[in-house]
Design a protein around this ligand. Sequence first.
Ligand SMILES: [Zn+2]
Ligand SMILES: [Zn+2]
Length: 123
Amino acid sequence: MNYDQARQVKDGSWNYSRQNDESIWPIGYCSSSYSDTNKTHKHKSKEEAEQCYKKFIMDTQLVLDAGKFGDGELIKCEIKDCKESTDTYTRIGSFIIRKYCNTHRNIKTVSENYSVSGVSIHS
Ligand SMILES: [Zn+2]
Ligand SMILES: [Zn+2]
């Protein structure tokens, strides 16, 4: 199992990392392979590390128009108080499906409603 979360490292800085058994390594833009400097990011806070990883997810794994539900099916937009429906789903990575109407189907809305805080456990 992989455990993804923001972690504080020995020097007091934070980065977003993945743990599998005894190994922990930075992921997303915090990883040296993604950063401009070839160094792991040193964020000042947990929240800053989480924002960094969230941006990575939005930049690399978000597909706003990922497909249609099929048969002309309309699903209510998942934004609270929005009365619109949608026939198009939004995908984040391989497994996370979101339903937003044409007005709300944009990176800003998806990002505001997506959280990377806490621990994400996946295989
Ligand atoms: Zn970072
Ligand atoms: Zn909506």
